[in-house]
Design a protein around this ligand. Structure first.
Ligand SMILES: Cc1ncc(COP(=O)(O)O)c(C=O)c1O
Length: 407
């Protein structure tokens, strides 16, 4: 284990709190790791017990540029100095407009809507797709279809589009007009023929659902079907977008151009922000008052996001993620060949899933003991999401600790 060359920013929390339960005031909806993080730098996190950890989670896909990034700090300081952390969306503010311009310039989109999270971005995308479909189909075209294994969020509409029975069951009835289909073009074709569908939403790489890279042929077949039936195709790139695959947008890995892309996690470098990118056709049907967000695209968060977006658009960074991603895949497959505990390896860029024969949580705990923080994506799948700045040496060090953690 290496040590982080920084001093602790805080003393450990009061004796009254325990690492298992914290202080007890937070709603216990998360099973938290028994660690209190007090500082970070690059790919390293320092916990209150004085140990440092190599982070292969990026705050679940958020900290693409790692921790204590000087550029993000400078952008945030500049935005603070303007004195307007927030005004309302009743005014024009330059940072949000500049960020929207940059997103439009680098993508298929002609308009952008800003919100505060991934689930919110998907909820908004559902509304915009239905609004567009209503104009086309006079109110009949309203159903949203998501795929087996999907995770799109935990708000009401996104929960209905999330294929996790244990997340859904306690909250029924879920939002109506949303169904889950198999990842099968035949079934999707039948659904599109027999139902009044407004949109199909897919993660080009399913994240929470086990890290499944959807085949380019499947995505282009789906694009063909949705075009023929006048159905909007939404790509949820909340986890796999913004450089994670080695492409700025995950759709660029394929020859498929969607009608809507949703973004969030890494967009503002750790500040809450989501975005919905859409074609001019979809945008044209959205009217003033159809949607809104008090905080969406505020000047502080947008200034930081503009900086992050420029950095993540850097062709050299993207090429490195692609190249290291290929290497990572080779190393993981070699590990699988040596170790019977691994059943399958899937992924691309800096997003990898590893199916294991033992409960994934046990391996995550072993890895943490060894100084590596990783995630699960299901009960028997490990998930690796290193910061996009992780070097080949850091990736190799993490893999060594991972191998140790398998036993
Ligand atoms: C693909 C995908 N969509 C949506 C979400 C929801 O994002 P948020 O937690 O910001 O609401 C997530 C979160 O993990 C995600 O991975």
């Amino acid at each position: 284990m290496t040590t982080l060359p920084v001093v602790m920013a805080q003393t450990p929390s009061a004796q009254t709190s325990s690492m298992e339960t914290g202080s007890g005031s937070l709603l216990p909806v998360y099973k938290r790791f028994p660690l209190e993080i007090v500082r970070g730098e690059g790919t390293q996190l320092l916990a209150s017990d004085g140990r440092s950890y190599l982070d292969f989670t990026s705050g679940i896909g958020v900290n693409a540029l790692g921790y204590a990034d000087a550029g993000i700090a400078e952008a945030a300081r500049g935005a603070l100095e303007c004195g307007v952390l927030h005004t309302s969306n009743l005014f024009h503010t330059a940072p949000g407009e500049a960020l929207a311009d940059a997103l439009v310039a680098k993508s298929f989109a002609s308009k952008v809507f800003f919100c505060n999270s991934g689930a919110e971005a998907n909820e908004g995308a559902f509304k915009f797709a239905r609004r567009w479909a209503r104009d086309l189909g006079g109110g009949d075209k309203r159903e949203i279809i998501a795929l087996r294994g999907a995770f799109h969020g935990r708000l009401f509409a996104t929960l209905a589009a999330t294929d996790r029975p244990q997340y859904r069951a306690p909250f029924r009835p879920l939002a109506g007009g949303i169904s889950i289909a198999e990842r099968d073009l035949g079934e999707l074709s039948r659904m599109l023929d027999h139902r009044s569908v407004a949109a199909v939403i897919v993660e080009p790489v399913q994240g929470e659902g086990g890290v499944r890279v959807l085949e380019p042929a499947f995505l282009s077949g789906l694009r063909k079907l949705t075009r023929e039936r006048n159905v909007a195709l939404i790509f949820d790139e909340v986890q796999c977008g913004l450089g994670r695959t080695g492409w700025l947008f995950a759709y660029e890995r394929t020859d498929v151009v969607p009608d809507v892309v949703t973004l969030a996690k890494p967009l503002a470098g750790g500040l809450p922000m989501g975005a919905i990118l859409m074609t001019s056709e979809i945008a044209a049907s959205v009217q003033p008052g159809d949607h809104g967000s008090t905080f969406g695209g505020g000047p502080f968060v947008a200034t930081v996001a503009k900086h992050v977006f420029e950095r993540l658009s850097d062709p050299a960074l993207l090429a490195r993620v692609r190249e290291h991603g290929v290497w990572l895949g080779d190393q993981l497959r070699a590990l699988a060949a040596r170790r019977g505990e691994i059943r399958a390896v899937r992924g691309v860029g800096y997003l990898w899933g590893i199916d294991v024969t033992r409960p994934a949580g046990e391996i995550v705990a072993n890895a943490r003991e060894a100084g590596l923080i990783i995630l699960t994506a299901g009960d028997y799948t490990l998930r690796l999401l290193p910061p996009l700045i992780a070097t080949r040496e850091e990736l190799a060090r993490g893999l060594e600790m991972l191998e140790g953690a398998l036993s």
